[in-house]
Design a protein around this ligand. Sequence first.
Ligand SMILES: Nc1ncnc2c1ncn2[C@@H]1O[C@H](COP(=O)(O)OP(=O)(O)O)[C@@H](O)[C@H]1O
Ligand SMILES: [Mg+2]
Length: 346
Amino acid sequence: MSEPVLVVEDLRVQLDTPRGNARIVNGLSYSVAPGETVAVVGESGSGKSVSVMALLGLLPKRARVTGSARFRGRDLLTMRERELRAVRGDGVGMVFQDPMTSLNPVLTIGRQLTEGLLAHRKVSGKREARERAAQLLADVGLPDPRGALDRFPHELSGGMRQRVVIATALAGDPALLIADEATTALDVTVQAQILDLVARLQDEHRTGVVWITHDLGVVAGVADRVLVMYGGRCVEDGTVDDVFERPAHPYTQGLLGSLPQLHDGGAGGSRELVAIGGTPPPPTDLPPGCVFWPRCPVRGDERCATEQPPLTPVGPRDGAGAGSSAVPHRAATFYDAARGAGEVGS
Ligand SMILES: Nc1ncnc2c1ncn2[C@@H]1O[C@H](COP(=O)(O)OP(=O)(O)O)[C@@H](O)[C@H]1O
Ligand SMILES: [Mg+2]
């Protein structure tokens, strides 16, 4: 087994807000192996973006970040700004939903791409850098990649800009790629092209990927493992097959609830998470027990309201396939999926 590229342990993020102390990320732990894709899913506001921004030092200064996040053995959370900037430019590629935050409006696309390639010595000189940059733009499906090199970000459409950001993130052959709703705004054809490209790079460079998305079709297509977040916590994780076929947490069951079969060969189009009644609790006012308790359709006893269920291995169901996978399937719930619906508590 090779060492993980990223090991996140007990990550917590708190922020003072006018409404009080917001507990946005509450003890998140996971790791990403070389070549592995971990998808992070959960409703809007569950702390997905904040959890990855914390890793890269991109939160406001007043944020209190604790825990550890070792990238190739070094803790990102204790790095100085300079080291962190070097890591962001080289070892870790990142793509956020809004491309304008990642592009410099006063530099041409070509300049932004070639500077990175030259700075990290991925090419021998300017000419090769331009060649490589044009190739990267072609790889992400930009029409007229050579022409695009001389254009400024505002001259491109939003979708094209996002493809440039993806090309920039991939330019350094990163050991870790963090993609936060990176392809959400792109049309399905372009999205498929980019997912293929990332998969190819992963094969070549053993890139570890953290892929945040609302699109369960994307999760089923690209991820090895899935981590379900709610209220800044991981409520369930495991292989995509385990979690999608045997969701154990009532929250995951809700999200997947009315989905058509994910393995039906794909009728096309994207499958979004399902809306669940009620809204997530604000991070300034998290419930003391299970974070999902106020909305839970199967909540049972006192315990759910007062105790935080720890992540525990999901038991066998239908008496088959239990524990066969090397990757554990875990859920943070007192509700026992092994015994079927309606049985809650101890
Ligand atoms: N800079 C900030 N200041 C205060 N609260 C924030 C800040 N950024 C995010 N939050 C809050 O943190 C929670 C999680 O946000 P976010 O990580 O963006 O969720 P997700 O990406 O899962 O939709 C939300 O309740 C959001 O309002
Ligand atoms: Mg987000």
